[in-house]
Design a protein. Sequence first.
Lengths: 485, 110
Amino acid sequence: MNAALHTLSAIELRDLISQGSISAVDAIQYFLERIDRLDVSLGAFLNVFHTRALEKAELIDRQRSQGKPVGKLAGVPIAIKDNIHVLGELTTCASKFLTNYRAPFEATVVELLEQEGAIIIGKTNLDEFAMGSSTEYSALKSTRNPWNLNCSPGGSSGGSAAAVAARLCLGALGSDTGGSIRQPAAFCGVVGFKPTYGRVSRHGLVSLASSLDHIGPIATCSRDAALMMEILGKYCPRDAMSANRPPEDYLNEMSGDIKGLTIGVPWRYFDSLSPASKALMQEAITSLEKLGAQIVEIDFALLDKAVAVYSIIGSAEAAFNFARFDGIKYGVRSAKATTIDEIYSLSKEDGFGPEVKRRLLLGTYILSSCDQNTYYTKAQQIRTLIAKQLEEAFQKCDLIATPVTASTAFESGSIRDPVQMSLEDTYTIPMNLAGLPAISIPAGLINGKPFGIQLTGPQKSDVKVFQAAYAFEKRRKPLLPPQHS
Amino acid sequence: MHEICQETIAKLSGLCHIECTPSELDQFFKDLRLLISYMDCIQSINTDSVPPYCHYDQTLSWDQAQAHMYADIPGNTLSRQSMLANAPQHTEEVVVIPFIDTTTASKSAL
């Protein structure tokens, strides 16, 4: 039985542990051993919690033996992106600046997962401060794609996606500011979900761009991601943007039936897709049609402006948020600094990598340019137009289907141009700008690498997005990288 | 729309308190010129009378939206000890920073 634990879904493992067919300690030991053996070549984890995870697993076993409820994720190993706080553990954000920073409080999402018996098994790698789309900008280590070790796992939640894809854990949390959950999920052949803005609390997430930041699950299948959302989707007074709405019942609504659902496809904006990507996209749409969905064509003329709008708003908000990293209250203070000004400037010089510096310079330029209206206000106005255009599209359809990315995972180090790197997120960024729920699900393989489709709904239609994702996924086998099967 | 030069980058680096080496300044100049020229594509969109985006829930009335907003509520906060634990330099009571010579500071500001 233990030999195949990694091929189970989180729900299946939870059931085995809840029924007593396997102990939580055995399950966690199995996954810890798997991490120790396989993560050497992957580099998905920055920190693995051997002792903490086993102690928590013992607690689950004790509760079960005493007949107490053990929770919806009892004994399931979950990884956390290293920009989310786990009390008392390091939160490095994959930056040299925070190598010594220990979380002084628990993130709401971690608290909620642990209340339901999830075992936090470790912290995963990311682009420094979540700035990037490849996890290559991590200042601490490089992460490889389990499907092809020469390729990027995507980013910025590349460590979380790679860990789940290689089945080093059965679920993970990522953060998504412009596609950072969905793009790595697509590159690694797993499911990644970005909820409606405000649905999941960001209390305990190190902010990048507050009006765009989201936390969401990465899992091996849509039902596991939905279960995580049932746990995470709760009002939190510690996040000022948290939606005060009752939690939703995801799993019971996922029947696999999408008859009568209308799906909009902006076909004319798929020009940048390779023939193979286009063919898979077409196949995915046909498959949704066969399941009973009605397919309509929709317009999205502002799609090509979304990346520029995002770059302006994202870097401006980052420049504002990052003023707090000054080497005074936390972070690594430069040993060369002797004055207060030097503490600020030399600590950042030593602590921040080139991508972070570039974005902060850009954000400072945008906020300080002689006419702020030229960029920042204009971008916020176009953001309104993008949200309106999507709203109009939803007058014609229930969900929108697009690819997650134009192609599959690129070779590590192959994209050097910062504009080209940003364009990787063309299809995911609009959903952050408008705060819409969107899921990335595997649609197949191209030359041995996964390709994902994205289903997006109007705000607050998170459950509907999962319904369609489950119907799509139901007749497909989960993708498992051959060398990790 | 706006031309940037290497002096602009040096000024920005001062504004956001990031010390940069000459080679970094050179690279950032090239990158930012590229990025800003790309971002200028938004200038072609007519945004007359379009309000800037906000996350205000359009389905709520103004009164409902106001009710959703609230003033900061003082509550349990981190202890002094846990705050100081992450400070690069501190005593048992406070964070330690170098002595600030206001004379020098005002001179450099001039």
